[in-house]
Design a protein around this ligand. Structure first.
Ligand code: HEC
Length: 139
């Protein structure tokens, strides 16, 4: 005798799948590092400096922003770049980027902000892979 599939069977099966899938998603560990170590208050001030000089109009953070200049999310940890490089870029500018005259306080806050951005994410898509379920994970 064949089991007759009724609409309610499909409904309950789909509901069970939905619940199981939701549980599996919410059980996933946070992929963001928990002990990110930076001065939150100072990074907050640095964000205001970032906004005051409108760096975002030409630069991206986490791949979002203007596209005249490069993404600055990981400029601090980038081999060959880092704090001194950022300071030099701000002070001297290039053909395409205007120089900025920041006070020492503004500059150190801005660097703390960029450090926080660096520690909290990666902008380069090559750092990520897509798993079997279509979820994006850090490599
Ligand atoms: C008018 C657009 C513009 C603004 C505003 C701007 N930049 Fe730039 N920036 C650029 C361009 C374009 C480059 C690439 C320059 C080059 O390679 O010659 C650049 C390069 C840089 C670099 C080097 C990045 C790398 O990976 O090589 C840093 C660091 C930087 N900018 C920081 C800043 C900061 C901080 C601010 C805000 C205070 C800012 N920029 C505002 C256009 C801008």
């Amino acid at each position: 005798m064949l089991l007759q599939v009724k609409p309610r069977h499909i409904f309950f099966a789909l509901s069970a799948f939905f619940v199981a899938y939701s549980v599996s998603i919410y059980m996933r560990p946070y992929s963001i590092a928990e002990n990110i170590n930076f001065n939150k208050a100072k990074a907050g001030e640095g964000k205001l400096v970032w906004q005051k000089y409108n760096c975002q109009s030409c630069h991206q953070l986490y791949s979002l922003g203007g596209y005249l200049g490069p993404d600055l999310t990981n400029v601090i940890s980038h081999p060959g770049k880092g704090e001194l490089f950022v300071k030099a870029m701000i002070a001297s500018g290039t053909k395409q980027m205007p120089p900025f005259k920041l006070s020492d306080k503004e500059l150190s806050a801005l660097l703390e902000f960029l450090k926080a951005a660096d520690k909290s994410g990666k902008a380069d898509l090559r750092n990520f892979k897509t798993d079997y379920f279509g979820m994006i994970e850090a490599k």
